[in-house]
Design a protein around this ligand. Structure first.
Ligand code: 1GP
Length: 250
């Protein structure tokens, strides 16, 4: 069974799912391995690896190390074609549909597709929508696109529906890593109700309560990333797992 289908099945049983995004710039070697073990032991559904801008890590080696230790799917969340490699199980094949930068909409994909085919990793066609979130995020700056307004749900709904009609497998509602504000629940609700494909929500989610609110608003998966830059926050992993699995933990 395909990885994304499996994740959807478990999200159906648990009432939702939780992904942790690892930016390999933040930790390496044994520290990275220990973090991955912690993630898997606490019941997280999948690991995303990547970032809009990765500066000083050997990205391929980091993904390999994560994969060696991980007992859950490792999915690339690539900021560029350079991050595609064979050490992962799948890749979010992201089209930045909220923007009108042709490279992010389709250009990079043409370059990446033959490599993904050759490597045999599973592409998950993802309509990626970036929202205003209080300050300029790396994703916004690096993609050179304007984020969607958060006070106009109808614009977000139309974008998501167009992605569904184009055959995409999922929509990623993104506030940007480290965003001041996560994507508003009202947007998550409006989009999730309007489309039939599953929604992933991430960026600026710092509390289990906020994660639960996204799930209750209709998001199938929630993602957190940089809260775990601080190792004293590892205890939150179980709390996020509980928050994102309402049928498992009521
Ligand atoms: C970014 O959604 C992820 O794409 C995670 O964001 O680092 O703000 O949790 P944070």
């Amino acid at each position: 069974m395909k990885i994304f289908t499996r994740l959807l099945e478990s999200a159906k049983n648990n009432g939702g799912g939780y992904f942790v995004l690892i930016d390999p710039d933040t930790r390496k070697g044994d520290e990275l391995k220990a973090f991955v073990r912690e993630i898997c032991d606490r019941g997280v559904d999948a690991i995303l690896v990547g970032g809009s801008l990765i500066i000083d890590s050997d990205f391929q080696a980091a993904v390999q190390l994560i994969k060696e230790v991980s007992s859950i799917p490792v999915i690339l969340f690539p900021g560029s074609v350079a991050q595609i490699n064979s050490n992962a199980d799948a890749v979010l094949f992201l089209s930045l549909i909220s923007g009108r930068n042709p490279n992010c909409l389709f250009g990079e994909h043409v370059i990446a597709a033959p490599t993904i085919r050759k490597l045999g990793i599973e592409p998950i066609a993802t309509g990626y929508m970036l929202f205003e979130s209080g300050r300029t995020t790396t994703a916004e700056f690096m993609s050179n696109t304007r984020p969607l307004p958060v006070n106009k749900p109808e614009i977000a709904m139309a974008h998501a529906l167009a992605a569904q009609y184009l055959g995409m497998s999922t929509i990623y509602l993104e506030a940007g890593s480290g965003a001041e504000h996560s994507v508003p629940d009202a947007i998550v609700k409006a989009v999730s109700r309007y489309i039939e494909i599953p929604v992933i929500t991430g960026g600026g989610i710092r509390t289990p309560e906020d994660a639960r609110a996204k799930i209750e608003s209709g998001s199938t998966f929630v993602v957190t990333g940089n809260i775990y830059d601080d190792p004293t926050k590892f205890g939150l992993l179980s709390e996020f797992v509980r928050a994102a699995h309402p049928k498992q933990f009521t």
